[in-house]
Design a protein around this ligand. Structure first.
Ligand code: PMV
Length: 332
């Protein structure tokens, strides 16, 4: 059977950076996010005897065994095959409507779409919780893209990882005015992928313990702020949490610097506007793009100001979005 799924990306409002268990892909700390309409991956999966190996095409480029991209997809298909008792290989064709692997969480929407589509194509009937756990194995942040609106990914306590999955904090309708303006600084693929970068931080950053213990407390606070719709406290916490995560990355040996001069140009503009009493905050993931958090009422004003900055090539506007959905138009 051939199944096509669209999945949204998500942005961590309080992040994870470090896996407690590399095999089970469980995080050191719980973390929170909002699923984003505006950054999406479409994926078609077909299991069939006619394929003598898995085939993977992303944005019109075919990837082969041995490349990180292919192996990631093939490992995820293997998990689904095992669960379904299936032997057939699959063809997977995927398209992102935003820059791949440059800090727009393409792995989150990508692995969520792949897991959802592959599970359906293999005939599995799984709960959102189950799909979140399987997505987690492909990419940690993908576990959160299964959820509509605002989510928490529980770090879990169990040795088997069965209690580490994402769950809804609040639905899309709770806060439809919430906005993210993704400022595109560079479309180049990043040098250090999150998976390798965070593993190195766990081993070598002298502030790793302070980072993840603070991030756990931040996640608990963030849940309350989302429920209360306290935008200013949420923005401040998201910003502080992001800076500590990057401090942890930067203090890794060798250092991991995701920020470019343009990343800082946007940061300083946001801080200047904050000082003038505006409701604007920033967060950054494993890449150079500065993501601005604001409310719908201020979008036009902030877009105009940000687009005038030399380093901002483009601005992608996103709002709270839904989890994966099946569509009828296949990619092959
Ligand atoms: O799970 P990955 O490999 O997509 O890594 C995500 C890492 C960050 O985006 C920096 C943080 C997060 O919680 O999303």
């Amino acid at each position: 059977m051939k199944v096509t799924v669209q999945a949204n990306s998500n942005i961590a409002l309080t992040k994870y950076w470090g896996k407690r268990d590399e095999k089970l892909k469980t995080p050191y700390n719980s973390n929170t996010s909002v699923t984003l309409e505006g950054l999406q991956t479409t994926t078609t999966v077909e299991f069939d005897e006619k394929y003598d190996k898995d085939v993977f095409v992303l944005d019109d480029e075919e990837f082969f065994s041995g490349s990180g991209e292919y192996d990631e997809v093939s490992e995820q298909l293997e998990i689904i095959r095992k669960k379904a008792g299936l032997k057939q290989h699959a063809k997977v064709v995927s398209k992102n409507d935003f820059p791949t692997a440059a800090g727009f969480a393409s792995s989150a929407s990508g692995l969520a779409a792949l897991t959802f589509a592959a599970a359906k194509a293999a005939g599995l009937k799984l709960s959102v919780e189950e799909l979140s756990k399987i997505s987690r194995m492909g990419s940690g942040s993908a576990s959160r893209s299964l959820i509509d609106g605002f989510a928490i990914w529980h770090k879990g306590e169990q040795a088997d990882g069965e209690d580490s999955f994402a769950e809804q904090i609040a639905p899309v309708e709770h806060w439809p005015e919430f906005r993210l303006l993704g400022c595109v600084i560079s479309k180049k693929q990043k040098k250090t992928k999150s998976r390798a970068g965070m593993a190195q931080s766990v081993k070598t950053s002298p502030i790793f313990e302070q980072w993840y213990k603070t991030a756990e407390k931040d996640a608990m606070k963030m849940v309350g702020l989302i429920k209360e719709k306290n935008f200013d406290e949420l923005g401040k916490l998201a910003q502080d949490n992001c800076v500590l995560m990057h401090a942890c990355a930067m203090t890794t040996r060798p250092s991991i610097f995701y920020w470019q001069p343009g990343t800082l140009e946007v940061i300083h503009k946001v801080l200047e506007l904050q000082d003038a009493g505006k409701q604007i905050y920033f967060t950054i993931d494993g890449g150079p793009q500065t993501k601005v958090l604001c409310l719908a009422k201020d979008v036009d004003e902030f877009k105009k100001i940000l687009s005038e900055l030399d380093s901002v090539q483009d601005i992608i506007e996103c709002k709270p979005g839904y989890g994966p959905r099946v569509i009828n138009e296949h990619l092959f």
